[in-house]
Design a protein around this ligand. Structure first.
Ligand code: SF4
Length: 283
């Protein structure tokens, strides 16, 4: 039905959004078996582990061989190519669980005016107090708007639905495995012999940006396995402090290491008030 609506409403095939994780591999398989016309889209976050990037490239090579159109979109910010490490100094603050500006710029890109399919599932739902469907990123409505606050397409909140409409991007969304459990996903992967990212064999239960603030203490393992990413964050935090200093903004840290240590302990947003006060980039 989503495919028919996509062709009718947008005049284009449904898009399978693909992140390289197990849920993406499952929906991709479902797309292939459904025998509908479709395209595949990946947003290159720049903070994915090398294993994830390799898995995406391998899957996309195979799709191309089968004649399925696929695209890896590189992120841009204010008209220029960007990355997690460029974005942090520009935004004057690290990404946090409440202020996930990186998702809007690095992950929620592309597919405007399209009907997309995602691998969002209720079982992965992350309890977010009473904030409901929309992220509340500022203390006031104006501040919240300032952060371009919207529900992110890769959010797994309990308020997600099988089909959704994003008015802002004129995007329709179908979540075909929304009610699949973790066990359902792995049983399907094993029974259908679907190849998944190497990270799952390394003890990871999730594939995504290394150091994602949503992952809390799991980030310690990520940084132990991928120390280069820790250095990249620390250097980005150092450049962020320099930029803050240049713009005359107060900071409670002196080094990138100090920011990193605060950021890693930021389990439940103590210090968020400080960030609300200091956040400087209006866009
Ligand atoms: S680090 Fe987390 S919040 Fe930021 S882009 Fe990656 S998944 Fe989104």
């Amino acid at each position: 039905m989503a495919s028919e609506m996509s062709l009718h409403h947008y005049g284009k095939p449904l898009v399978c959004t693909y992140s390289g994780g197990k849920d993406s591999d499952v929906i991709l398989e479902l797309f292939k078996r459904s025998e509908i016309p479709f395209e595949v889209h990946n947003s290159h976050t720049t903070a994915d582990a090398p294993q994830t990037v390799q898995h995406i490239r391998k899957v996309f090579r195979a799709l191309e061989m089968q004649g399925i159109p696929c695209e890896i979109e590189k992120p841009t910010y204010k008209g220029k190519r960007t990355s997690m490490w460029e974005l942090i100094p520009q935004k004057l603050m690290p990404p946090t669980r409440l202020v996930r500006y990186c998702c809007s710029v690095l992950k929620e890109t592309g597919c405007k005016n399209r009907y997309i399919g995602t691998g969002v599932r209720w079982d992965e739902s992350i309890a977010r107090s009473d904030r409901g469907e929309f992220e509340r990123l500022g203390k006031t409505k104006k501040e919240t708007e300032k952060f371009d606050a919207v529900m992110l397409m890769n959010d797994n909140t309990a308020s997600r639905r099988m089909t959704e409409l994003c008015m802002r991007k004129n995007k329709m969304v179908v979540n075909p495995i929304i009610d699949w459990t973790h066990t359902d996903v792995w049983e399907y992967i094993h029974s259908e012999h679907i190849e998944t990212c190497e990270l799952y064999k390394m003890g990871y239960d999730r594939v995504g940006c290394i150091g994602c603030p949503m992952m809390g203490k799991k980030r310690w393992k990520e940084f132990a396995d991928f120390p280069k990413y820790k250095s990249l964050y620390i250097h980005a935090f150092e450049r962020m402090l320099k930029e803050r200093n240049k713009r005359g903004k107060e900071s409670k840290w002196e080094t990138g290491e100090e920011v990193f240590s605060w950021w890693m302990g930021n389990d439940d947003i103590p210090g968020q008030m400080f960030l609300d006060e200091i956040c400087g980039d209006e866009n």
